[in-house]
Design a protein around this ligand. Structure first.
Ligand code: GUN
Ligand code: ZN
Length: 468
């Protein structure tokens, strides 16, 4: 057999070539979709120059980064012999998904019955977060959580720990071992929370500072300053969070905003001098292009305007908003006002780790308000769109040469229903819509982090793929 013929037979069989254990060189052959820009014009027309799509493509990753991408027939002859080749056809290769708002300690709160925000926090969430006072539980929960993200194709996330600094330490240690790009923060909460879950403004600042100095920019780990929300932080603590945000110019800030009407009334009572909820955060200098506000459902025009001016973003969490009965986010209204938006699960009020399921619920929430939520834009949102909202588009969210090699492979035949529905689809758009409406963790056949396969779905109904 010639070298070329040997290569082709390996490609057909899906056998790995070379070795990729060190993440040195690995190539995936399959259908590929990646975005260059927002694919939707403001009038809803699609811009076909905003994405790249190869029905038979090859993406080559070396030392954890994308080295080359293009049509398989052009790139295969150039493949170095040290490169492990994985044939994932008929899978669709995408950049790894990004979740901009999620709580790792809340995996054990998911699916807790019958409450709205404040009752849910008091009855289920705070007691669960109290358990992470035990560092062993924190570590085990972080490990489980990260595995669950990868099972769902999510390779980066903006994550809440608990008030215990060791929970974030445990999270970063687990993430560093996997080499996932994660952004995590210690919850700041110095009032209106039960014993064992309160810090003080001084302690919160000291512990956050220490986490920043230890972890921010160490490998792929980054820190986010995390006042839980205005209800559970004194003005002194919010001021301290604002000071930290100015002091560390590439650290993020996250909190919750205008999720629930009762919450908004409580905030009004606690901060009578503020014009509205956004103004509470504004007065403490928490608005910035690095600030992520979860929910933002019940906002006035003035509040939207101020979020837009400051470059702050709203994380849309549809499964959570439906589960807690919080309301329907006016996504189009926010975007028309110039507010940056991202999309997130908000586990544990969110009901799924799957960003595919999150897109399905986002479609329904916007559809109820007669808004467009096209499948191409939807997949842009969970990849490059979310990366851009975090200013991380040079690192993650696309398969551009030089990007970090985080990838996900979607299986069009993940379930009998999906396989059947896919056969009727006539365009990429139709197939993307079927994946987001009918897909979940079962549709993720493999997840790759910095060029290494960290998840491969075990019950592979179609064929057995090689383990990396
Ligand atoms: N508001 C304050 N804390 C939380 C939380 O943990 N989850 C949600 N959904 N909203 C919050
Ligand atoms: Zn949340």
């Amino acid at each position: 057999m010639t070298e070329r013929a040997a290569k082709d037979s390996r490609i057909r069989s899906g056998e790995p070539r070379g070795q990729d254990q060190q993440g040195q060189c690995v190539a995936l052959r399959g259908e590929i979709l990646t975005f260059l820009a927002d694919p939707e014009y403001p009038n809803g027309d699609l811009n076909p120059d905003a994405w790249q799509h190869w029905s038979d493509g090859l993406v080559i990753c070396r030392n954890g980064r994308i080295e080359a991408i293009g049509p398989a027939d052009q790139l295969l002859p150039l493949l170095e012999t040290d490169c492990a080749l994985h044939d994932v056809r008929p899978g669709l290769i995408l950049p790894g998904f990004i979740d901009t708002h999620i709580h790792f300690p809340q995996v054990d709160v998911m699916a807790s019955y019958g409450e709205t925000l404040m009752g849910w926090l008091n009855q289920y969430t705070f007691p669960t977060e109290q358990r992470l006072a035990d560092a062993t539980i924190a570590r085990e929960t972080a490990d489980f959580f990260l595995k669950e993200l990868l099972r769902n194709g999510t390779t980066s996330a903006v994550v809440y720990g608990t008030v215990h600094a060791h929970s974030v330490q445990a999270f970063f240690e687990a993430s560093e071992a996997l080499n996932t790009r994660m952004i995590c923060g210690k919850v700041l909460m110095d009032r209106h929370a039960p014993d064992g879950l309160r810090d003080t403004a001084e302690q919160g600042e000291r512990e956050t500072r220490k986490l920043i100095e230890t972890w921010h920019g160490r490998g792929r780990q980054q820190v986010v300053i995390t006042p839980r929300f205005a209800v559970t932080s004194t003005p002194e603590q919010l001021r301290s969070a604002g000071n930290l945000l100015r002091e560390y110019p590439d650290v993020y800030l996250q909190t919750h905003l205008a999720e629930n009407r009762h919450e908004i009334e409580t905030v009004r009572g606690l901060f009578p001098e503020a014009q509205d909820y956004v103004d509470v955060y504004d007065r403490h200098r928490l608005l910035s292009p690095r600030s992520i506000f979860a929910h933002g459902i019940h906002l006035s025009d003035r509040e939207r305007e101020r979020l837009s001016q400051s470059g702050s973003q709203v994380a849309f969490c549809p499964t959570s908003n439906l589960f807690l009965g919080s309301g329907l986010l006016d996504l189009a209204g926010l975007e028309a006002a110039g507010v940056t938006t991202s999309i997130a699960t908000d586990v544990g009020a969110g009901t799924s780790f799957s960003l595919l399921q999150t897109l399905a619920e986002a479609y329904k929430v916007t559809h109820l308000q007669h808004q467009r939520f096209s499948p191409v834009k939807a997949f842009y949102r969970i990849t490059l769109g979310n990366a851009k909202s975090l200013g991380l588009e040079a690192q993650i969210g696309s398969l551009a040469v030089g990007s970090e090699a985080d990838l996900v492979v979607l299986d069009p035949e993940a379930t009998p229903l999906l396989a059947r529905r896919m056969q009727r689809c006539q365009s990429l758009q139709e197939r993307l819509f079927a994946w987001m409406m009918l897909g979940d963790d079962r549709a993720i056949s493999s997840t790759w982090v910095a060029g290494r396969c960290l998840h491969r779905r075990s019950a592979e109904p179609r064929k057995k793929e090689p383990t990396a």
